[in-house]
Design a protein. Structure first.
Length: 475
């Protein structure tokens, strides 16, 4: 009876988004969405935790992500919807649950690209010192929004190509700096500036959580390509599991080799730690360094390009359901891509790039604060997604679940508790950014409340309706 009183998601035909993505392309999206996190952002965690303290933080966060992805895949394959977490939250908790899950995901995916774009600008500035990194960041937006508009098949193929190049480059980095690696470099001052562990190092380890999350942030974006996958119930689990294992290996390898290459404190507050780490080993004139800068751009581009795909599908799904202005759900008549959603997210991202005085909070860099804002959205979404999984297991036991979370309920429970710890830590160490995040959610909720009538008049989303009607999975 409760479902009869819930405002419905807007109607959509299954043909609006093309179903063309293969398993390899989905894996490329999964890894590509995240792989920029191996190139920059994470090293800010060294500034508060030190190398060894940050290893502890990263292991905790890696455990959270591993259990989360194995659990999240159950939702993605059960409800393969472009809204991803928005759809799961709506399905489990009704419109309000859908709003908060969708809004949190939107903050995560809209604020991650400007941080990556600034890193692209920093890498280009290494080669062209006269080039303003912010102008380069805007140029990156214009190029890759255009590529996303042209078509999802082209975009996904490009994503797979640059992801493979980015992985190759990270392996090259580790190989080149390996001869100069020294354990003593990595260990020196490794506990928040001290050589030995003490209780004084613990606060820094907690404060570093957002930057450990940056290692894996946005892998869940594959869920937002689910409507465009050829066989989502088979291909998405493979893409997710292979993707998280790939990223775990790369994250730990890059962090250890960079930290052991020299004085790691010089890498702790910059946007290009890998080129700077390699510079200490091979020198400024080395061809290896220039190769890293140029090929290193592919890692940043892979994530930047992939997250544009992710945020556009989230905006598209929310607009399609009248949670955002419906005109944002317009699909390009020729390319069948959500071009207006792509452009809208770009406008917000470019504004963030030039909002230094608004976003430079707590003495941290612009990039560090944008990363933290994105992480706030991600962590709230993880909590709501795991809560949705528990709710749907209880309320809809007959739902077809092509992939079930292993070790249920322990895996999703660990992911839920770990995410709650991360959220509490984020609020404690970043109260001003937390207040801005809550303010964004509050403003969105006002719009959500004012547009309730138009959502109630809309028919239920066909895909969510079919998810409810699926027969119980065998076994």
């Amino acid at each position: 009876m409760e479902q009869q009183h819930r405002p419905h998601l807007a109607n959509v035909t299954h043909g609006e988004l093309k179903q063309t993505l293969t398993t390899w392309q989905l894996w490329g999206i999964a890894v590509g969405l995240v792989i920029s996190g191996e190139y920059f952002g994470w090293s800010y965690g060294w500034a508060t935790a030190g190398t060894l303290g940050f290893v502890v933080t990263s292991v905790f966060v890696a455990a959270m992500y591993t259990t989360f992805i194995f659990s999240f895949t159950e939702l993605t394959t059960s409800i393969p919807h472009a809204g991803g977490p928005f759809a799961y939250g709506h399905h489990a908790f009704g419109p309000i649950g859908g709003y908060f899950a969708g809004a949190a995901t939107l903050v995560e995916f809209v604020f991650a690209p400007p941080a990556i774009a600034l890193a692209i600008g920093a890498y280009l500035n290494v080669q062209f010192p006269a080039l303003d990194p912010k102008l380069a960041a805007v140029g990156a937006y214009l190029v890759f929004m255009t590529l996303n508009i042209v078509g999802v098949q082209i975009a996904a193929t490009f994503e797979l190509f640059v992801t493979l190049l980015a992985i190759f480059e990270l392996l090259v980095f580790m190989g080149v700096v390996a001869p100069g690696f020294a354990t003593a470099n990595f260990m020196k001052g490794g506990w928040a500036g001290a050589d030995t562990f003490s209780a004084a190092a613990v606060p820094g380890m907690f404060a570093a959580i957002p930057f450990a999350i940056w290692f894996f942030l946005a892998i869940e974006g594959v869920a937002m390509a689910a409507e465009e996958a050829k066989n989502p119930r088979r291909s998405i689990p493979i893409a997710y599991v292979a993707g998280i294992l790939t990223l775990l290996a790369l994250a730990m390898g890059v962090m250890v080799f960079a930290g052991g290459s020299g004085d790691w404190t010089k890498l702790a507050n910059i946007n290009d730690p890998l080129p700077q780490a390699m510079k200490t080993i091979v020198g400024e004139k080395s061809g290896w360094l220039h190769m890293l800068v140029w090929l290193g751009l592919f890692g940043l581009i892979a994530s930047f390009h992939g997250i544009i795909l992710g945020y556009s599908r989230q905006i598209f799904a929310l607009a399609r359901a009248n949670y955002l202005p419906p005109w944002l759900a317009k699909v390009h008549p020729r390319f069948r891509t959500p071009h207006r959603a792509i452009l809208a997210g770009g406008v917000v991202g470019i504004a963030a790039i030039f909002s230094d005085e608004l976003i430079k909070i707590g003495g941290q860099t612009l990039t560090a604060n944008i990363v933290t804002m994105s992480v706030f959205g991600a962590i709230l979404m993880y909590i709501l997604a795991m809560a949705s999984l528990f709710k749907l297991r209880a309320s809809e036991p007959a739902m077809a679940r092509p992939f079930k979370a292993p070790l249920y309920p322990w895996f999703p429970a660990f992911a839920l508790v770990a995410a709650a710890v991360c959220l509490a830590t984020l609020v404690y160490y970043n109260p001003l950014i937390a207040a801005i995040f809550v303010g964004l959610l509050a403003v969105g909720y006002v719009y959500f409340h004012l547009t309730r009538a138009q959502r109630e008049r809309a028919p239920l989303d066909d895909m969510l309706e079919s998810a409810r009607a699926q027969p119980k999975a065998a076994g």
